[in-house]
Design a protein around this ligand. Structure first.
Ligand code: 5AD
Ligand code: SF4
Length: 473
């Protein structure tokens, strides 16, 4: 791939203006009914999908909807799908199936499905044939055209299943309704050029394209002025960021860190092959960047990595971790691992365990290999027996749980700054927050602290969370 493929292809101002006109037309249709209308969205998958959903909700609000978190109350239901693993697709299809009865109760309800799963032709065909109550479908390239899609569906009185645009583009300045006031996703680039042999992303999200640094800075500045305390920069491979007005990711980070205000910068995801010395130096020197790095390993076997087309070896990965820890000793390091990639032998798998033992990640996200239609690895003849995959998965998670517990216990007694997020998802009397390294921390409810970073003393630990109390010196 040459660099020109990374230059952004913008959606033109005329096209965006046209969408505003469609939004006004939908608003007029809804307004004529003289009652409030509600939108509900179900989001699967990664933070990029979360970010897309926030844009879809922003557009829906512009069209006159109010957001509800009760699907049964909705006049418009959206399912934003993921395609990275079969499990995510099956979950999205199952939820979609459950919406059928809502449509039976309320024939005025509109149901739409979007996202990575339906950017695949075979899934689009499934929706067409097996889910006749879905009113409209659009893939990842058409998010910005949501007002037009909804208007055409409403006024056309028939199903609309849209084809993705042949080349995916960047649409700036879409309305957005963010889930949090204090934390925000900021996409800096879209798509992927890496074609790891297991991964469907390059097929459903198109080629890499980077936003201009100026636009990104504008967004971050407005967020910080509005009270946002933490921005997470998003891209499938942030290290290959290359904006029309900014040569690389470290330069972008430096520019973002010069924005005035008290806020923290995180980013994901980094591809090990592109993590440069300049990036490490930038992280070490910029106080606004959280001391946290998510560095997907995928496998500890150089042979498997080659077959995955990852373009680094086990030794190169370990050297990168050493370089990171040398410059940033207090770094929190996390990773992604795929278990049971085709051809993975017991020896290959042990190489992965070996990396876990050597690196001692703070936590890992582990996945059973899931064949994705159209990707090279799905056709490799040496697929691993599902039972063997599950056994290896358990061995991997057992080992990591021990390591995570040890690492978390090392933190007991320490006083750390904790960013207070809000009520714990599992216990109403508890609140949760995150350390700078993004570790989950639970503590007694303290509503006055939401959105603040306060010192907390760590009192206890499990393998997945820390327990703390506010520290008064
Ligand atoms: N099977 C299992 N895991 C996968 N991932 C991506 N594609 C697949 C697949 N086909 C994992 C990788 C990636 C994370 C987001 O999802 O570990 O880093
Ligand atoms: Fe998928 Fe590899 Fe691109 Fe990540 S870098 S999105 S794993 S192809």
């Amino acid at each position: 791939m040459n660099d020109t493929t990374k230059q952004p292809l913008p959606v033109s101002e005329e096209e965006l203006l046209l969408q505003k006109q469609y939004a006004a037309q939908v608003r007029a249709l809804l307004g004529a009914e003289g009652k409030p209308h509600f939108v509900y969205i179900e989001t699967f998958g990664c933070q990029q999908n979360e970010a897309d959903s926030e844009r879809l909700l922003g557009m829906a609000c512009e069209m006159g909807y109010e957001v509800t978190d009760v699907s049964a109350n909705a006049d418009l239901l959206l399912v934003n799908t993921c395609a990275v693993r079969e499990h995510a697709e099956l979950k999205a299809l199952s939820i979609t199936g459950q919406f059928k009865h809502l449509k039976a109760k309320n024939p005025q309800l509109f149901i739409g499905i979007c996202g990575c799963m339906v950017s695949q032709e075979h899934r689009k065909a499934d929706i067409k044939n097996k889910y006749p109550y879905i009113d409209f479908l659009f893939g990842t390239s058409l998010v910005y055209r949501f007002p037009q899609i909804l208007y055409e569906t409403m006024s056309g009185h028939c199903r609309k299943l849209y084809a993705d645009e042949a080349v995916q583009r960047i649409a700036e300045d879409l309305p957005v309704r963010r889930a949090s006031k204090t934390q925000a996703w900021v996409s800096i680039m879209y798509g992927c050029n890496n074609f790891c042999t297991y991964c469907v992303v390059p097929y459903v999200r198109g080629r890499e394209r980077s936003r201009s640094a100026e636009k990104i800075e504008e967004e971050v500045r407005a967020l910080v002025q509005g009270g946002c305390r933490e921005v997470t920069l998003l891209g499938q491979n942030v290290n290959s960021y290359h904006g029309a007005d900014c040569p690389d990711f470290p330069t972008l980070l430096h520019r973002i860190c010069t924005i005035e205000g008290d806020f923290t910068v995180r980013f994901m995801t980094s591809h090990p092959k592109d993590a440069s010395a300049a990036l490490i130096d930038c992280m070490a020197s910029e106080k606004k960047i959280a001391r946290q790095f998510h560095l997907p390993l995928q496998s500890g076997s150089s042979k498997t990595l080659r077959r995955m087309n990852r373009r680094y070896t086990k030794e190169q990965y370990l050297a990168l971790v050493n370089a990171l820890r040398e410059k940033i000793p207090d770094l929190t390091l996390t990773t992604d691992i795929i278990v049971g990639f085709p051809g993975e032998s017991e020896e290959d798998f042990e190489q992965t365990l070996d990396v876990l033992q050597r690196v001692r990640f703070d936590s890992i996200f582990s996945f059973l290999y899931s064949p994705r239609r159209g990707t090279p690895a799905a056709d490799y003849p040496d697929q691993i027996d599902p039972e063997e995959k599950k056994k290896r998965f358990r061995r991997l998670t057992d080992l990591q749980n021990e390591i995570s517990l040890e690492k978390n216990r090392e933190m007991i007694g320490k006083v750390l700054p904790v960013f207070v997020q809000g009520q714990s998802k599992t216990n109403a009397e508890m609140f949760s927050g995150r350390t700078e390294g993004n570790k989950l921390v639970h503590f007694k409810a303290a509503p006055q602290l939401i959105g603040k970073t306060v010192p907390m003393k760590i009192t206890d630990a499990t393998f997945f969370a820390l327990f703390a109390e506010p520290f008064e010196s």
